[in-house]
Design a protein around this ligand. Sequence first.
Ligand SMILES: O=C(O)CCC(=O)C(=O)O
Ligand SMILES: [Fe+2]
Length: 342
Amino acid sequence: MSITESHPPALRSLINDGEAPVEPVLIQDKDIQIPVIDLERLDKEILTQACKELGIFRLENHGIPLTLTSRLQEISESLFRLPSENKREMFAGVKSPISYFSGTGALSRSGDALKRDPSHVNLVEGLNVPLSKLPASKISCDDDDSQEAKLESFRVLMEEYGRHMSRIAVSMFEAMVQTLNLELSDEQKSEYLSESTGNIRVYRYTPSSGEALGLEVHTDSSVIAIIKEDEVGGLQIMKGEEWFRVTPVANTLIINLGDMMQVISDDEYKSVKHRVKVEKSSKTERHSVCYFVFPKRESVIKSSKYKPFTYAEFEAQVQADVKSHGTKIGLPRFTPKSPLFL
Ligand SMILES: O=C(O)CCC(=O)C(=O)O
Ligand SMILES: [Fe+2]
């Protein structure tokens, strides 16, 4: 992959030689077909099994128009192609609620990349889009070819795509609550899956000639994550002790269960461990659009396996661990045995 001025200077040596250490690859990567759920005829048995065994499944018949996803792909790619300096300036400060980051997926509350040591730098760039702040950030512009016009189209597309994400997340969560036989009131449901927390990240992964990772191993902190990836591939999941490549399937979405779903389900359902590896042989960049939705920040989440905590506390702990340990520790911090609670 050749470096262009659109690549952040801090990532250029990684693209060239990929010196970054990779977590030990336990066993040869293999392909996996993840279970498929049809949103129009939801099969509860397949859903239950997928959530228990893997924490990930594919969604088809999701109702998102192809024209929307292809317009979104086109405009995101053109934003990423801008010189890296322009990207930093365009999204810096208070000008826009959208932030631009690179080198890591670990972000601060305001959407800026957390500082990582060189062994945790990943070959990724992204735009972080807090959906609830979009309506107030309308940009007016006269010139259709200007950067402002491009940003405004991106904002409008994100709003539309975000509405689809919210719709899908609510119906999937509803189905999971049913399969778990959880007796939650409507109010509890909307606290556990709070639509106003919806957030989208748009990513560009540049392949390296070495072994660098696009995103290091992690579980998502959210209740649910919804991934739309292009045809390049690179997402891998851990099942047992092995890594498996998830092969892309056109016009489908991937749903990941996150840490909060694991807690809400009392560990019945799994938060899937995953990473993004941009294949060495790949000549093409990979683009993905990922939606995350969380519990209401101040609501206490109760379960039998973990200490009661709020999402705000969980997030603060993750950020403290990234700072002090270099990486997220996540749920083990909240078990009764964790030193945090002794
Ligand atoms: O880009 C992807 O396919 C996955 C991104 C991801 O795992 C994340 O943002 O947490
Ligand atoms: Fe993830």
